[in-house]
Design a protein around this ligand. Structure first.
Ligand code: ZN
Length: 150
């Protein structure tokens, strides 16, 4: 691989891996409170920029969206686990109406103590959003198994 280090590159700090660049950005944030974003340069190395990269902006958008889902759930779904029991069919369509990008999934919840019929939502990136997840809060680790269409 040919590596062209331009004059612009030389004026910047060069990191040979994204990991090293990220470490440095973390240090700068802790020490000086500045937010720097690693980016891969044509020279084959990494530099840090104060401008947010596309990937970083995408992540921020994703976090904002996930936060909105949780806010919606907190305001619209009773938070007592006993009040959520067997009510996924009631809240999932309401949430899907509020966020058209979410897809409704029917299937089962698998836990160590058994399987339960359940309905939940997934984001376009296939992340599970479950407005009535709290009803299972005593079951430990949960596995969401979509029903296989027949
Ligand atoms: Zn460069």
């Amino acid at each position: 691989m040919s590596k062209k280090v331009s004059a612009v590159c030389k004026s910047k700090r060069i990191y040979d891996s994204q990991l090293v660049a990220k470490k440095y950005a973390g240090k700068a944030k802790r020490k000086y409170g500045v937010v720097l974003h690693p980016y891969r340069c044509d020279c084959g190395n990494y530099h840090l920029s104060s401008k947010p990269t596309k990937a970083y902006k995408g992540e921020q958008r994703r976090y904002r969206k996930l936060h909105m889902y949780h806010v919606w759930i907190n305001y619209n779904v009773p938070q007592m686990p006993s009040e959520q029991a067997d009510r996924s069919e009631e809240f999932v369509p309401l949430m899907a109406a509020a966020f058209p990008e979410l897809k409704i999934v029917k299937g089962v919840i698998k836990s160590k103590s058994g399987c339960y019929q359940h309905t939940w939502l997934v984001t376009p990136k296939d992340e599970v959003i479950d407005p009535t997840a709290r009803q299972f809060h005593l079951l430990g680790e949960l596995e969401y198994k979509p029903a296989v269409a027949d």
